[in-house]
Write a protein that binds this ligand. Structure first.
Ligand SMILES: [Zn+2]
Length: 72
């Protein structure tokens, strides 16, 4: 039921604070090789519209990737 509500409002833009809530999950998915853009399309959309959030995302992703490289 909640999914239906979200789907109905899919046209709405996400705010930066909504994006920040999703960001850790988004980066984790991306770092683990999953298609984060397909799983969290709103986050992906916001990132393309907001350069600040995109920078933040790229920075976080780099930290995660660097970390996992070190454990190998
Ligand atoms: Zn933003």
């Amino acid at each position: 039921m909640i999914d239906t509500v979200f789907a109905a409002s899919a046209g709405e833009e996400m705010s930066c604070s909504d994006y920040f809530d999703q960001l850790p999950r988004y980066v984790e998915l991306e770092a683990s090789g999953q298609d984060a853009a397909a799983l969290l399309p709103e986050g992906c959309q916001h990132m393309h519209q907001c350069s600040e959030c995109e920078e933040l995302y790229l920075g976080l992703l780099q930290v995660l990737v660097t970390k996992s490289d070190r454990t190998k």
